[in-house]
Design a protein around this ligand. Structure first.
Ligand SMILES: N[C@@H](CCC(=O)N[C@@H](CS)C(=O)NCC(=O)O)C(=O)O
Length: 248
């Protein structure tokens, strides 16, 4: 039986969530780096329900999306660690995870690309092709102007949108600060769960934790950096730094 393969974009924070899940549950895996653009070809090959990464491919199944990857990892854990608490706390952790995925994940990405795809597209191209095969690099080089337009349209990128995403993230940080205000170590119950891992992987990208496996290549563009430097001292971001120290 071959090892499960994790298909991912090197720089994606959702992919960091998927990878951290496999690492945390001790599931040995190979990483297959794909680049945006060439990744569309794999949708048909693996009969994916959508084009997004990450997904896990095993000899028997394809597990698409970070929520399903966590469910799958809970069942296949090799070190006994799981990410979904039993009973009601499991539902609570999924609810919080969903808000983090749907709001924080989306707006962190839009805040980054709204500055970088407009002001520094060359750097985006370089980051998107990090670690991929030469063939994929050549494809991305050839299609980048078109790919950039598609990304701008699909993610609704622009200067005003970037500022809007920052405002939305401020509210989400306030929400997390409030949840953590009583000094609790975890968002739900008394163990590290999918809610905590999601918050750390998706919002943590803004503070570039040194334990992040892609740390050497994480980059925050200057205007956004001025904002995220302020966020560092917020209780939720400090808590995320500690989660990276202890669990990554
Ligand atoms: N809810 C999904 C979101 C994943 C996602 O948005 N992935 C982005 C990369 S950050 C992607 O693959 N975009 C390209 C596409 O959708 O074709 C998950 O949790 O897996």
């Amino acid at each position: 039986m071959s090892k499960p393969a994790l298909y991912m974009f090197a720089i994606s924070h959702y992919c960091e969530k998927g990878r951290w899940t496999l690492d945390y549950t001790g599931i040995e895996h190979d990483i297959k780096y794909v680049a945006p653009g060439p990744h569309f070809r794999l949708v048909k090959k693996f009969k994916l329900p959508g084009s997004s990464v990450p997904y896990v491919v095993t000899d028997h199944e394809v597990v698409h999306g970070t929520g399903d990857i966590i469910d799958w990892a809970d069942k296949h854990t090799s070190n006994g660690k799981t990410l979904t608490p039993a009973g009601e706390q499991g539902d609570q952790s999924r609810e919080i995870e969903k808000r983090i995925d749907d709001v924080i994940g989306v707006h962190v990405r839009r805040a980054f690309y709204s500055e970088m795809l407009i002001e520094d597209p060359g750097r985006v191209k370089k980051m998107l092709t990090h670690n991929v095969s030469l063939a994929q690099k050549l494809i991305v080089n050839a299609i980048f102007p078109k790919l950039r337009k598609i990304m701008i349209k699909r993610m609704d990128i622009g200067s005003a949108q970037g500022l809007e995403s920052i405002q939305i993230l401020e509210k989400e940080i306030a929400w997390l600060d409030e949840l953590l205000a009583d000094g609790r170590p975890f968002l739900v119950g008394d163990t590290f769960s999918r809610a905590d891992l999601s918050a750390a992987a998706l919002l943590g990208r803004t503070i570039q934790p040194p334990q992040h496996p892609f740390y050497d290549h994480l980059y925050t563009p200057p205007k956004l950096k001025a904002v995220t430097s302020e966020w560092r001292s917020r209780p939720s971001l400090q808590w995320i730094s500690k989660l990276y120290e202890q669990y990554r």
